[in-house]
Ligand binder design. Structure first.
Ligand code: DC
Length: 233
């Protein structure tokens, strides 16, 4: 029988610091780190490369030749091109958010995520995956036993995102980051398909007043507590 890796879904809104938390958590657990947002960003990059600017409806036939290579260390490769810092730009964030409302896009992304996760025990030494996104606990891996959803106030998330972006994009302002974040939150959480929301059994952590280490410790403590409880049962 095929060995299934353990999957820990880590969902939450933009700017909350999901990638940093997921990466650190994966490191501590000896798990593989995977960002589903990065897959949507790569698709958005590809669509823009094919002339889509987000204003007209997206012609999804452009995704027929979308090929993505994800490396555990290093940037993803889209149709042979290694992605740069632009993948994290506000322009790509907005395009990814627009694109991700479309069913065909979500199906493609979900398939890629599941394939990647299944291949991990065969292709790497990792026994599990920390997978971050918006709908991992609700749609992509709803059967995962331990799911986390991290939040923070809008102001804190705008600060975190601004700090993350300003060295690569000196022209951005906190106001523009806040406005873009609000628009993305609105779209990501009100879309019909797989909206941003915690799974019914997710552990919700408000990280507004925590630093990265405190968030990671909180998650590890919850994981340890449930392992101990399961062992005692
Ligand atoms: O997490 P991120 O900021 O890199 O995600 C970019 C966009 O991709 C986000 O605004 C919505 C979309 N996304 C999604 O719809 N579902 C996911 N699981 C992850 C991201």
């Amino acid at each position: 029988m095929k060995k299934q890796p353990a999957v820990i879904p880590l969902d939450g809104p933009g700017g909350v610091g999901k990638s940093s938390v997921a990466r650190e958590l994966a490191d501590r657990l000896g798990y593989y780190f995977l960002s589903s947002g990065m897959i949507y960003r790569c698709m958005a990059w590809h669509m823009r490369d094919r002339g889509w600017d987000g204003r007209m409806p997206a012609d999804l036939t452009a995704l027929d030749d979308f090929s993505l290579r994800i490396l555990h260390e290093g940037a993803p490769v889209v149709n042979g091109k290694t992605m740069g810092a632009d993948l994290k730009s506000e322009a790509i964030s907005a395009l990814a958010s627009r694109l991700s409302v479309l069913p065909r896009v979500r199906e493609l992304s979900n398939g890629l995520q599941r394939e990647l996760v299944e291949s991990i025990p065969q292709t790497t030494d990792y026994s599990g995956v920390v997978l971050e996104g918006r709908d991992i606990g609700t749609v992509v891996f709803p059967e995962a036993p331990h799911k986390f959803f991290i939040t923070a106030t809008e102001a804190v998330r705008a600060d975190r995102r601004y700090l993350e972006l300003k060295s690569a994009q000196p022209e951005i302002t906190r106001e523009s980051v806040l406005a873009a974040l609000r628009e993305r939150d609105r779209r990501d959480s009100t879309r019909e398909l797989a909206p941003l929301k915690p799974a019914a059994d997710a552990i919700i952590i408000d990280t507004s007043e925590m630093d990265l280490e405190q968030v990671v410790q909180t998650i590890l403590a919850r994981l340890n507590a449930s392992t101990v409880a399961a062992a005692g049962a």
